[in-house]
Design a protein around this ligand. Structure first.
Ligand SMILES: *Cc1c(COP(=O)(O)O)cnc(C)c1O
Length: 405
């Protein structure tokens, strides 16, 4: 794997960000994980096994698809979609779950735990656990269980135990806290498959590495199709795993600009959003130092997004460094702009995107005048939208949009 300019030090510091801000009881398991990962990272046999399952089970490589009608409609750059929505289980999350479960097997762990927000990471983890015959427990906020009921049903059908978390805002942050509590208690038998490029070292680096297959493929595919690199990469940023997975293999290609799109929710001014770079401050949340939405007393603020998968108060630490280095740019799209993205992709391309991915599409529509006909943009379509149809219908109803007839 080519090392980028953002390679962390051995304690996981990405410049001033990242690190290992955890209770003493978690230091030993995290250090063990970091050691094991450092080992498999260089192990050809591990990568052969991972590549085998990514191709035979996940369905990689995913297509890089030229969105012709969307391109014509926006009248500017040629738009390619990296189709992570076509991965088995419907999102990019399984790239990471597959990598981590192969690592867990090597470490002799018999039990898998995970947190989930939108439910896609829970489904991906329940899937690989079923496939390898390991026990699986998924922690999920009670609010998220309601808005992503389809995925709860899928996880249970796959044999996972889904534990509702009713603390606090009852979304992703509380689910991560519960999973960490479980891990402390059961660490001898259990591996915690964290679902994004977040948390303590080694997770941000390890998850990035497993998701970098997205950018490696996209780079090869665009060079084959267009005989040149793209001008822009565009991806939504929740914790930051699908975006860093696309960006990382292009980091040294200085001509390629990168744009991460956060959840603007109902707008930045009224505070109902999850745009950490627009309104957050440097802080520590759940193991890592990064941009965090917090009040003047350091209390974590409530977040809002129409998409459960972007609804988190902290952003992955490597993104904070990429922003400092001006290697990537971060902006946001509101709920309404994401819904525009959903409807445009459905009507123009026959693709129902996840609400998360639709933030990148909605941002592109809003900013179409920035792009010219001679440019190429790759948009990461991180997942498919089946899980979100109820949220979309509710949004239409609450905003008096005529029913889709
Ligand atoms: C989880 C999820 C996201 C957000 O997570 P990242 O780690 O930022 O990628 C985006 N899109 C989909 C479809 C997801 O399931």
């Amino acid at each position: 794997m080519p090392r980028g300019i953002t390679e962390p030090d051995k304690h996981g510091h990405f410049g001033p960000y990242g690190g290992m801000f955890v209770p003493e009881t978690l230091m030993e398991p995290l250090n063990e994980l970091a050691r094991e990962y450092a080992h498999v990272r260089l192990d050809k046999e591990f990568h052969r096994e991972l590549d085998f399952y990514l191709s035979e089970f996940v369905g990689r490589p995913t297509p890089l698809y030229l969105a012709e009608r969307l391109t014509r409609e926006l009248g500017g750059a040629k738009i390619y979609l990296k189709r992570e929505d076509l991965c088995h289980t419907g999102a990019h999350k399984i790239n990471n779950s597959m990598g981590q479960i192969l690592l867990a097997r090597r470490m002799g762990k018999k039990r898998i735990i995970a947190e989930t927000g939108a439910g896609q990471h829970g489904v991906a983890t329940a899937t690989v656990a079923a496939m390898f015959g390991l026990e699986c427990v998924i922690y999920m906020g009670a609010v998220d269980m309601e808005r992503q009921a389809l995925n709860v049903s899928r996880m249970r059908r796959l044999g996972a135990t889904v534990v509702p978390v009713t603390a606090g805002q009852q979304t992703l942050k509380e689910a991560i806290s519960e999973a960490m509590r479980d891990w402390v208690t059961n660490v001898r038998t259990t591996h915690y498959i964290l679902g994004s490029a977040l948390g303590s070292h080694p997770y941000p680096m390890m998850v990035r590495d497993f998701q970098s297959v997205i950018g490696r493929e996209a780079r090869k595919q665009i060079l084959k199709k267009e005989k040149r690199l793209p001008d822009y990469l565009l991806a939504c940023v929740g914790g930051g795993s699908n975006s860093i997975g696309l960006f990382y293999p292009f980091i040294k290609d200085e001509s390629v600009k990168m744009i991460g799109v956060e959840a603007g929710g109902e707008g930045i001014s009224d505070g109902k959003h999850a745009a950490r770079f627009a309104a957050g401050k440097l802080g520590v949340l759940q193991g890592t130092k990064t941009f965090v939405l917090q009040d003047a007393n350091g209390q974590i603020m409530l977040t809002h997004s129409v998409s459960a998968g972007l609804d988190y108060a902290a952003v992955g630490p490597e993104h904070a460094l990429l922003r400092d280095l001006k290697r990537a740019e971060y902006d946001f799209a509101t709920d309404a702009e994401a819904m525009n993205g959903v409807n445009a992709l459905c009507r123009l391309e026959g693709i129902l995107p996840a609400l998360e991915s639709a933030h990148a599409v909605g941002w592109l529509i809003k900013n179409k005048s920035r792009f010219t006909k001679d440019q190429i943009v790759i948009v990461n379509l991180s997942g498919r939208g089946d899980k979100d149809v109820t949220s979309m219908e509710n949004w239409d109803r609450e905003h008096a949009v005529a029913p889709q007839s």
